[in-house]
Design a protein around this ligand. Sequence first.
Ligand SMILES: O=P(O)(O)OC[C@H]1O[C@](O)(COP(=O)(O)O)[C@@H](O)[C@@H]1O
Length: 404
Amino acid sequence: MPLSSVSLLALHRAPLPTLPPTSNYPPPPPRSRALLLPRRRGVSRLPVSRTRAVAGDDMAAAAAAATELPPTLLEYMGQVGAADDLVVLVAHIQSACKRIAVLVASPGNAELSRGKAGGGAAVAAGRDAPKPLDELSNEIILSSLRRSGKVAVMASEENDLPIWVSNDGPYVVVTDPLDGSRNIEVSIPTGTIFGIYNRLAELDHLPEEERAQLNSLQSGTHLVASGYVLYSSATIFCISFGAGTHGFTLDHLTGEFVLTHPSIQIPPRGQIYSVNDARYFDWPEGLRKYIDTIRQGKGQHPKKYSARYVCSLVADFHRTLIYGGVAMNPRDHLRLVYEANPLSFLAEQAGGRGSDGKSRILSIQPVKLHQRLPLFLGGMEDMLELESYGDVQQKVNPGYEKNH
Ligand SMILES: O=P(O)(O)OC[C@H]1O[C@](O)(COP(=O)(O)O)[C@@H](O)[C@@H]1O
């Protein structure tokens, strides 16, 4: 059945099971063993002949087990009353991300990623040349968005210009299809980041190119939803529709993303800072002082902070969302439209903050599609302390080649 007629199948609008909000640190207890078993939908949906075959006690046990199952991502969207168009769109994004998850975990991934650097085994030319993983991921996402029938424009970090997809699509999607792909060869986590806006009908009279640009340059305050998928030891789909940030983990037995991290709250104070601190000597005075202070335990939080830096934005952000602290890239490197806005939306929806070191990210009006800026994401108290140092944006960036 095509996903577009997911029609929201029998997205039963039963009340949500009462899972506690994600208490981030220490991490949540392991999921019940029932989740490790092949997924059984509600017993009431079994054909009558089959339900009759189930003996009384078994029936009761099966019913109890079924009602304990946390919802899948699409069930969750049905339960919270998400618009049908949005459910169809997210269904297509999740199916694209499942394909990317398989791709990054496949034996050929290293060869594909070497193709990007023009070295390694990528000797075939033209159409036969292996495509770098981020280009392939881009194509996977684009074709899923096309098939959804719900997208007017897609703007991707991988394309110079936004792509006008369909005149009928109600949504605009911005995406970094595979962030951190330089880490693929060594199996370090990667991720897909996306943001969803409403298509601006008032621009429909403009020429296509201009319409596509302006639809893609909406400020983060207009996000309808944003999310990321982390490809790591678990594949996790984190999303916000503007009412909290929620995490769904891919259950490989059923192929479903199931709710594992409801209502994530970033601890206002963490004990981790995340930055490429080989660049310490290029940092401004304020940032150096901040980091020196917190790692000695002399900041507003009288604890010595630890350093963690994966150098893969989705992984560094995911850890920050769960454990707190601050994840940052103080140089003009990460992109406002594809990375900073979607992640800041998730951070805010989890009670945290996304900033360029001075201002709230979501309030910055993008002027260029590939605009880059310093990015700081984290728990509220940690972020306010960091910003109080004033001078935290790295202005110089000498001597670093982007070759690994
Ligand atoms: O080299 P830096 O400044 O540490 O930047 C690392 C960051 O760059 C990224 O790899 C993204 O860079 P690209 O968008 O060029 O792939 C992030 O995943 C990571 O957080």
